[in-house]
Design a protein around this ligand. Structure first.
Ligand code: SF4
Length: 351
């Protein structure tokens, strides 16, 4: 059985043909099912009603209904950010975050790829949960459907969701096949309808999977760096013990496809990684890589040592990076008071 929301339409067509439908029948059936669910917001049974008798019988016999995702709570922050608490069929809970852009140009959805996470970064609430399980492709792509269901009725003049970042709960490269399938569904014109340029997958540096990532996924890559040397990075991000900064840089240099760049994310922690000397170390690591860089103002998290920096330090770091020719931006926190900002997702109800 193939999942109808977690499988790219091209694969669904080929599969239905292998089940005995003629190419034209398979194409029409997949088009009808996919548009019914993604464009018209129908659930599985009404979507099936749009098919001819033979196509419907084949679809019922061989395709799986979408995994039920129940939005248990929508917490809304004063900046308009909405955190969705989503319950899955087995009772597991994940979070997705809808972030309206301050410039009004786009609305971004941050999706989860795992329930919990096994990478245990010390600044991250999700890391404290440990890895409970991987999400299926269906459960990942379904977050976009669920979020549109929440966002469309309330967005008013704000833009629809056209941007997806895999920066929620979980390490996407630890669940690569499901992430690849879900991203392909999101990017398909008759399903999610996003441009590949508007999908970004963020890793903490699971560098040994990068060649496989670039072979399977056409989305942008982001790497969460956060420390300018191995001692600090290993302390905050256990993945660094398996893949240090030099190995990460080398993996990026050898696996980035021609013409592609990488978004480097650097969370700024007060007095921990924001000195002038740290800026020089960071610049040395960036040297020779095609990068854009986001400085992320740290949010209050589980590690009391890693605190929110002063904006003066963030601005100084930003100015130094710009002066060195780095395309750097400061990313301000969204949804901090509802626990929806970077590093705060812990699958908890906001009271
Ligand atoms: S920052 Fe990402 S990889 Fe690290 S523990 Fe949190 S969810 Fe996992």
């Amino acid at each position: 059985m193939l999942s109808v929301v977690g499988t790219p339409p091209a694969r669904l067509r080929a599969f239905l043909q292998s089940q005995g439908l003629r190419p034209q029948q398979a194409r029409q059936a997949v088009h009808a099912l996919t548009t019914a669910m993604w464009r018209d917001g129908h659930s599985w049974t009404p979507a099936l009603e749009g098919l001819g008798r033979q196509a419907r019988a084949a679809a019922e016999a061989t395709l799986e209904a979408p995994a039920p995702l129940t939005v248990r709570q929508v917490a809304c922050a004063s900046d308009g950010t909405r955190k969705l608490l989503i319950e899955l069929a087995d009772g597991a809970v994940v979070e997705s975050v809808v972030i309206p852009a301050t410039d009004g140009d786009r609305t971004t959805l941050c999706v989860s790829s795992q329930v919990g996470c096994g990478r245990r970064c010390t600044f991250c609430e999700t890391g404290r949960l440990g890895l409970l399980r991987n999400l299926s492709a269906d459960e990942i792509a379904g977050q976009l459907l669920a979020a549109r269901g929440v966002w469309e009725p309330v967005r008013g003049a704000l833009p629809p969701i056209r941007n997806v970042v895999f920066m929620g709960m979980g390490e996407p490269l630890d669940n690569l096949d499901a992430v690849a399938a879900a991203a392909a569904v999101m990017a398909d014109p008759i399903a999610g309808g996003l441009s590949w340029r508007r999908i970004t997958v963020s890793t903490v540096g699971v560098a040994w999977k990068l060649p496989e990532f670039f072979a399977k996924v056409r989305a942008n890559l982001a790497v969460s760096l956060n420390a300018p040397d191995d001692a600090r990075r290993a302390r905050w991000m256990p993945v660094n013990s398996r893949c240090d900064l030099a190995s990460l840089k080398q993996a990026l240099q050898t696996s980035l496809p021609p013409g592609r760049d990488v978004l480097v994310e650097y969370i700024v922690f007060d007095g921990q990684n924001d000195s002038d000397a740290d800026a020089e170390l960071l610049l040395a690591w960036l040297d020779g890589l095609p990068v854009r860089l986001n400085l992320i103002v740290a949010n209050p998290g589980p590690d009391p040592q890693l605190r929110t920096p002063t904006m003066e330090r963030v601005r100084a770091l930003h100015a130094r990076l710009l002066a060195a020719g780095i395309r750097a931006m400061v990313r301000h926190p969204h949804g901090r008071e509802i626990g929806g900002a970077c590093g705060q997702l812990a699958a908890t109800v906001v009271g």
